[in-house]
Design a protein around this ligand. Structure first.
Ligand SMILES: [Zn+2]
Length: 231
């Protein structure tokens, strides 16, 4: 069994230094040019290079403000990673479809997988609809013939539901410790669990790259455990 690596690409310019942090915040709400000089998606590219060196594969989920540029697409394609939607405006089926179609137009290909930005509570930016309503998303996934939804619950023991070609993983093992019961679910637990079943490992590149410990954990896990993409 294997790791399903889920990369939520939240910030176009990461968190550091301050100017990049500001650019990330502003471009989440307003139009802002993609600036190579500020390191557009630098953290994601670094992460994809590690995965490609190990022959490990992942799903990367993009927001409107983090759409993949040419160099990200090259890294994604050469490592055979899968592009998904990181849904922000989940107010209705219509707003969901609009985001999905915008991403598909940008890519020139269909998108079959998605995840949701935010787990309820705080609103992150103008186009973000904060409530977390997974039952709705599963319904939309069916209506639009998508085949994978990766949910945000934090109990990594929850089982997936697989019906009629749609796979729903309600929860993930969040690498960043703020969203994980680290006492119950240390990294060793994940290594053991991945031997028995497929399990989602969720990461945010700007957090992982900002911490040498998390970066080392990510490299160790994706180097030691087989990763999987569904056909
Ligand atoms: Zn997010």
């Amino acid at each position: 069994m294997a790791l399903i690596v889920r990369i939520d690409v939240d910030r176009p310019y990461g968190r550091e230094p301050f100017l990049r942090h500001v650019a990330s915040r502003v471009s989440s709400d307003f139009w802002w040019p993609r600036m190579e000089s500020l390191g557009y998606l630098r953290e994601l590219k670094e992460m994809l290079r590690w995965l490609n060196e190990r022959g490990a594969r992942s799903y990367a989920f993009f927001r409107r403000c983090t759409l993949p540029d040419e160099s990200v697409l090259e890294l994604m394609d050469s490592g055979q990673h899968v592009i998904g939607l990181h849904l922000e405006n989940s107010r209705s089926f219509k707003t969901f479809l609009r985001e999905k179609e915008d991403l598909e137009r940008h890519l020139g290909r269909r998108v079959h997988a998605f995840s949701k930005h935010g787990s309820g509570g705080r609103r992150f930016g103008r186009s973000h609809y904060a409530p977390y309503e997974p039952v709705k998303y599963v319904d939309w996934a069916r209506k639009s013939a998508m085949d994978l939804f990766l949910g945000n619950l934090e109990d990594p023991t929850l089982e997936p539901e697989i019906t009629d070609g749609l796979r729903v993983y309600p929860s993930a093992f969040w690498l960043e410790p703020s969203w994980r019961d680290t006492g119950r679910f240390p990294l060793e637990w994940l290594v053991r669990r991945a031997k028995e079943t497929d399990i989602v490992l969720l990461v945010h590149p700007e957090n992982v790259l900002a911490s040498s410990d998390l970066a080392a954990d990510f490299q160790t896990l994706t180097g030691a455990i087989t990763t999987r993409i569904f056909p």
